[in-house]
Design a protein around this ligand. Structure first.
Ligand code: AMP
Ligand code: MG
Length: 402
C-alpha cells in the first residue's frame, strides 16, 4: 500500500515536459508558452490621441470657458494610420482622431465634445492641462518588457498581447496527445444493442473529455477485450503516437485482470494499492519513455484517479505547475463518515451563498454509481485520518471542471 501523495510523487518524478513546438498564434490557443515573449518596441509606439478632437498647445486655451471660448484656426486633419510627420505652431490646432499620432508642438488633446466641432476654425469652451487625453509612447509596455511569461497558458488576452507586440508565431509546449483505451469483455459501443451481462462503454468517452479539459488532445480507442495478446498489441500500436496512454479496467484482483498481467514487469510499470477511495488499484510507469496510467475500471474510480494522478501529470508535461483541481474550503452541510486510513474523495454539490461555500455529499458514493458523479460539481477531499466529521466542519473541496 502507498499513499496518494507517494503515488503522485512517483508519477511526477517520471513524466517529462514535452519538447517545444513553433505554432501560428491562433493555433497556439490553450497551449502553454515555452519562451518569454517581449516587446521589440514600446506600446504605444508613439504619442497619440486618446480621443477624437483637436491637438492644441494647452497654454493657448488656458482661458477658455463656456461663456468665453477660445477660437483657433484648424490647420489640418490627422487620422489614425497617418504616416506623415505633422506639427502645429502655437495659436493653431489640428483635428485629430483616436489613435492618430500627436503632431509635434501640441501638448494636449481637446475632445470634440468640448468644442463646436468646427472645420476651418474651432471654438474651444474648456481649458485643459498639458498632457490632456494624450496616450504616451511606452505607457502600456516599454521596449524589451516581457509581456507574457514562459509557462503561461495562452488565453484570449495573452494571444492579443502577443499579436500586439508583432509576433505571428510562438514557441509553446504542445498539447499532450493522450490515447484512452477501455478494456473489458462486457463493454459495448454506445449506439449498439446490449445483450444480458453487457454494459455500454463509458470510461473511454469520459476520460477523453477529461483529457481535453486538462489541455490535452484525447484519442479514444476501440475497447480491447480481456485477452493478453490483444492488450499487448494495443500498447505496441499506441506507443508510437501517444505522449501518454490511459487505460481503464483489468488492474484489480479478478481472473480477467489482463492489463496488470500483461504489463507487470514491463518497462517501469508498477501496480500498487493506493490508500484512497475510490480508486485503490493503480498502475503507472513508463513504456519506452511514454507514461502509461492504468486506472481501475469502475467509472467513478477511473474519473477520480484521472483528476488526482493523470491531470497533474498532463499539466507537468505542458510545463505547468502540477496543481490539483482548484480547491476551496467549504462547510459541510451534513455529517459524513470516511474509511480509516484512506483518502476519501466524495462526490458533492458545492454552492456559494452569503459569502461562503457549503457542500453537500451525494447520497450514494459507490464507485460504479456514475449518476451521482454526473450530478456532482465537486469532490470533497477527506484526509486519511478522518473517520467522521459533523455538519458544520470545514473541508477541502475540489471543483470539477465544467
Ligand atoms: P475492472 O476494473 O475491469 O474489473 O472493472 C470494474 C468495473 O468497472 C466492472 O463492473 C466493469 O464492468 C466496469 N467497467 C470497466 N470498464 C468500464 C468502461 N470502460 N465503461 C464502463 N464501465 C466499465
Ligand atoms: Mg474488466
Amino acid at each position: 500500500m502507498r499513499t496518494v501523495d507517494e503515488h503522485l510523487t512517483d508519477i511526477l518524478g517520471s513524466v517529462a515536459v514535452l519538447p517545444p513546438l513553433d505554432l501560428a498564434l491562433l493555433e497556439a490557443q490553450g497551449t502553454v508558452l515555452a519562451e518569454p515573449v517581449s516587446a521589440p518596441v514600446p506600446l504605444p509606439p508613439f504619442d497619440n490621441s486618446a480621443m477624437d478632437g483637436y491637438a492644441v498647445v494647452a497654454a493657448d486655451i488656458a482661458a477658455a470657458t463656456e461663456t468665453d471660448p477660445v477660437t483657433l484656426p484648424v490647420v489640418g486633419d490627422i487620422v489614425a494610420g497617418d504616416s506623415g510627420v505633422s506639427a502645429i505652431r502655437p495659436g493653431l490646432t489640428a483635428r485629430i482622431m483616436t489613435g492618430a499620432p500627436l503632431p509635434a508642438g501640441a501638448d494636449a488633446v481637446i475632445p470634440v465634445e468640448w468644442t463646436d466641432g468646427g472645420n476651418a476654425t474651432v471654438r474651444v469652451s474648456r481649458a485643459a492641462p498639458a498632457g490632456n487625453y494624450i496616450r504616451r509612447a511606452g505607457e502600456d509596455v516599454v521596449a524589451g518588457q516581457v509581456v507574457v511569461d514562459a509557462g503561461t497558458r495562452l488565453g484570449a488576452p495573452q494571444i492579443g498581447m502577443i499579436a500586439a507586440v508583432g509576433r505571428s508565431r510562438v514557441t509553446v509546449r504542445p498539447r499532450p496527445r493522450v490515447v484512452v483505451v477501455s478494456t473489458g469483455d462486457e463493454l459495448r459501443e454506445p449506439g449498439s444493442p446490449l445483450a444480458h451481462g453487457q454494459i455500454w462503454e463509458s470510461n473511454g468517452y469520459m476520460l477523453t473529455a477529461a483529457v481535453v479539459e486538462a489541455g490535452g488532445v484525447g484519442y479514444r480507442q476501440a475497447t480491447v477485450v480481456d485477452e493478453p495478446a490483444k492488450v499487448l498489441e494495443m500498447f505496441e500500436d499506441q506507443l508510437v503516437r501517444a505522449d501518454a496512454i490511459v487505460t481503464t479496467g483489468g488492474v484489480s484482483m479478478g481472473t480477467k485482470d489482463v492489463v496488470k498481467e500483461v504489463l507487470t514487469g514491463t518497462g517501469t510499470v508498477g501496480f500498487h494499492k493506493v490508500r484512497m477511495r475510490p480508486g485503490k488499484p493503480q498502475g503507472f510507469g513508463l513504456l519506452e519513455d511514454t507514461p502509461v496510467f492504468t486506472l481501475p475500471g469502475n467509472p467513478v474510480s477511473a474519473y477520480v484517479s484521472f483528476q488526482v494522478f493523470v491531470r497533474p501529470a498532463l499539466r507537468a508535461m505542458q510545463g505547468l505547475a502540477p496543481e490539483p483541481l482548484p480547491t476551496v474550503s467549504a462547510v459541510l452541510a451534513e455529517d459524513v463518515k470516511s474509511p480509516a486510513g484512506l483518502r476519501h474523495f466524495m462526490r458533492g454539490r458545492l454552492s456559494f451563498h452569503r459569502g461562503s461555500y457549503a457542500v453537500t455529499a451525494a447520497d450514494v458514493q459507490g464507485s460504479h454509481q456514475l449518476g451521482s458523479l454526473a450530478s456532482a460539481n465537486a469532490l470533497i477531499e477527506l484526509p486519511e485520518d478522518v473517520e467522521a466529521l459533523p455538519a458544520g466542519s470545514h473541508v477541502d473541496v475540489m471543483r470539477l471542471p465544467s
